[in-house]
Design a binder for this molecule. Structure first.
Ligand SMILES: [Zn+2]
Length: 379
């Protein structure tokens, strides 16, 4: 089964790739296909929010039993502004993509977008049960702290996909939604804050399980969905626990390009560019630390790493890059250190940053504190 994941232009490339990466970790018949285009030919309208309660509440929608939904605009005018499109406009993006790329009608098409929707839902499905949108913003608002948005977005993708496959119409789907949240994937979550319960539990209640059984879906399809839900829940819970326990994740340095992955954070890649990554790998190789003036003595080692990671430049350019990096008079090194710091902070949060960043007293050795037992290299 093919599932095309569309990216609307304002959604960050990194978030999009991270979500695809999460979804592709669980083997099975569902194939997640990336779209290269920024899909969106509709103009979002400004939306004003009066208060938090409205912001947190889904608009009630009644799916008609036999006909297509009449998409009445339910507009509010409040002091806070964001942007929204109607459901119709969002589903139209999926349809347009189908036409543009001649997507087979059996394939599923899911638009991931930062733009809100006029019913204030996390995501939805159209009457064909093959087109979807997922709202990719506001997750920190619901989880009330820093959250790795890959997981709730990936979770919504998988939940909507499952719903799309087990019901024969939106009407039937709606009949089976749980109006009271019980931690099942069919929880309606009218109060959007209840989404936390749904994701932390990431469960399927006995009656929904019965329903899935009756549908006679291929067992490898169901297993892939269940594995993905379990994986996402474990990651969400693990990350919360890690924050409280202050225990760092393992690092894996992988492949020819020596990309850096946080093993226990759902294999999140820390996206350092070749220059930053070369510097980081050098410091990983030197647990004893290297002061900034001493970097000059390591320029050979640094250049060897950089030559491998930076394919495109000429040898002369690469030497110049490394010369500038190890030159204590230039600020290049500080710029790179602070970029590395920011990228790790985004990935692991403030509490765990001190295990990963390259730090030390001014003028003294700088080093990465992480226990090297937690670092593995894989070709
Ligand atoms: Zn249920």
């Amino acid at each position: 089964m093919n599932v095309h994941l569309l990216k609307s232009p304002e959604l960050s490339e990194d978030t999009y790739r991270d979500v695809v990466h999460v979804l592709r970790q669980y083997p099975g018949p569902i194939r997640f296909i990336e779209s290269e285009l920024g899909i969106m030919d509709a103009e979002p309208k400004d939306h004003y929010w009066e208060d938090e309660k409205k912001f947190d509440t889904k608009d009630h929608v009644v799916f008609p039993q036999y006909s297509l939904i009449s998409d009445n605009e339910m507009r509010h005018s409040f002091p806070m502004t964001d942007q929204r499109l109607t459901w119709q406009e969002l589903f139209r993006q999926c349809e347009n993509y189908r036409t543009l790329r001649t997507v087979p009608s059996d394939d599923h098409v899911i638009l991931l977008t930062n733009i809100g929707n006029d019913k204030n839902w996390f995501g939805s499905i159209d009457e064909s049960l093959k087109n979807y949108f997922i709202h990719t913003e506001n997750w920190s608002h619901y989880f009330q702290n820093h959250i790795d948005v890959r997981f709730p977005i990936a979770y919504e993708v998988i939940v909507w996909l499952l719903r799309g496959c087990i019901y024969s119409s939106r009407y039937e789907l709606q009949q089976h939604l749980h109006t009271t949240s019980i931690g099942c994937f069919m929880d309606y979550c009218e109060n959007k804050k209840e989404i936390i319960l749904k994701m932390r539990t990431a469960d399927i209640c006995p009656s929904c399980l019965d329903h899935i059984n009756q549908k006679d879906l291929p067992s490898n399809f169901v297993n892939q969905i269940l594995d993905t839900m379990d994986g996402i829940r474990n990651n969400l819970i693990f990350r919360e626990r890690v924050r409280i326990m202050r225990r760092p994740s393992r690092i894996q340095v992988e492949g020819f390009m020596k990309k850096i992955y946080l093993t226990d954070f759902g294999n999140l890649e820390v996206r350092l560019n070749p220059k930053e990554r070369s510097l980081y790998l050098l410091y990983l190789n030197h647990p004893e630390g290297i002061s900034l003036p001493e970097l000059y003595d390591h320029r050979g080692e640094l250049l060897t790493i950089y030559q491998r990671l930076s394919g495109r430049e000429s040898n002369e350019d690469m030497q110049r890059t490394i010369q500038s990096l190890v030159n204590p008079i230039e600020s290049d090194i500080n710029v790179n250190l602070s970029r590395i710091r920011r990228k790790f902070k985004d990935a692991v949060g403030e509490e765990l940053l001190h295990f990963y960043d390259i730090t030390g007293e001014h003028g003294a050795e700088k080093s990465i504190k992480l226990d090297r037992e937690l670092v593995t290299y894989k070709d």
